[in-house]
Design a protein around this ligand. Sequence first.
Ligand code: ADP
Ligand code: ZN
Length: 538
Amino acid sequence: LPLDAPGSSSAPADILHEVFGYSQFRGPQQDIVEHVVGGGDALVLMPTGGGKSLCYQIPAIARQRAGRGVSVVVSPLIALMHDQVGALHEAGVNAAFLNSTLDWEQTQDVERRMLRGEITLLYAAPERVNTPRFLSQLDSLKERGKLSLFAIDEAHCVSQWGHDFRPEYRALTVLHERYPGVPRIALTATADALTRADIVERLQLEEARQFVSSFDRPNIRYTIVEKKDATTQLLRFIEREHEGDAGVVYCQSRKRVEDVAVMLQGAGINALPYHAGLDAAVRQKHQDRFLREEGVVMVATIAFGMGIDKPDVRFVGHLDMPKNIEGYYQETGRAGRDGAPADAWMAYGLQDVVNQRRMIDESPAGEEFKQVMRGKLDALLSLAEASDCRRVRLLGYFGEKSTPCGNCDNCLNPPQVWDGTDAARKLLSTIYRVQQLSGISFGAGHIMDILRGKETEKVKQFGHERISTFGIGAEFSEVQLRGVLRQLIATGALAVDAEAFNTLKLTEGSRAVLKGEANVTLRESVSSPAARGGKPRR
Ligand code: ADP
Ligand code: ZN
């Protein structure tokens, strides 16, 4: 008799022990399972590794045992479907998937078994769910009382504010409209307040009970360093802290992925590249090696990672800044799923800020969308610029209050901070005066040269040594001024005009700083030349 045959115990705790071999539910699992077994709708927000799968697998088995038939799991990732179905088979559960990897005969075979109500968990890609063929099969199940449950995994894919919008998810409202009596459980590991509201609205989960877990991953140590020579910094970090460990290093572009992989290989690290431009067979091979071999470092674009369940990833590095905190959280969350100590390490610099701003500005999206994206980028920037606990800020972004964690760079080594208000005012007034005198804007390098009193060719060419702020910032190092610029841009007190050679432009927000109404507090760069200006405050 298969384990999920009708007639066996449908008590969740029995299923947990018998089928999955676990002794206890974890966190909110039991509440969620009981709610869904009882036919309630649920929205589950739980961090990666929290144990979301059991939240719908156990209800599916319980309801099948009670004679209610098939549960449909909507999942966007083929690799993940295969893993889950494989694991369920091993546990003796009737599971199957419908996706593009099946040929016609295999598809028909799965469909036949589904229509007979034999399958307990049927995984299907979202685009499949919206086909007339599939819907008519669900109709048939429904008529016979054999349509048990819908689970919508990675539910943030429905939101365009999320980091992984998939238009096919939009059409999933059909499930609620067409089968109003069938319970639905939607699950995600990322959702700030905006995305959460979007999921509720788009999937019509207004009546669903929300189960919100803590998003804290206490075993992950967060470190964000100022970018100097990022690849060398990365190499040093790996050599010092993670020799022989498995890790993932995220880069912005394919080219960069290739370069960094080669650089790490040259330093004797078992690194492999992964990005969407590589041959599918090569990608598969690299992924397999990452999963099977020990100590492989995957250098990748964000094309890599979703649905990869490797528990012992000891570090996640970011050589370039992600788009927003959700992306950062999701990517760093791939470290330490086994609960053992792991590192999330990121290098970021002025150029990251400029690049991300430009990508938003140049995207074809509407202005409202761009505003939201800029707001999200700003939140990430302020996390990067923070001199207090990173975790408090990170969790705060997801609406969770916490106290300093003792396991992030800022808690472990409180940074020196200095008052950059004076430097900020001097920078902004230089930008203003240059614009007045020459009628055009200039980039960061030139503005810093003027402030620091450097008579470069360009300075002389434009007569900028005559500007009244020329040389009045000689006490500041370039590193310090870059820090000030970064923070001014991060807080919107200064803009970078991507369409005009990344020149600097004053904004509405500049005024408060110029008038001395806004303070600018900066981290003292750890490896900067001894601070020459500003007074250390700690
Ligand atoms: P998520 O989908 O939330 O990232 P998973 O469902 O993949 O998490 O679960 C993460 C890991 O935790 C898996 O290896 C899973 O088998 C394990 N797990 C989940 N629930 C329990 C439990 N109650 N007891 C022990 N292990 C569990
Ligand atoms: Zn901390």
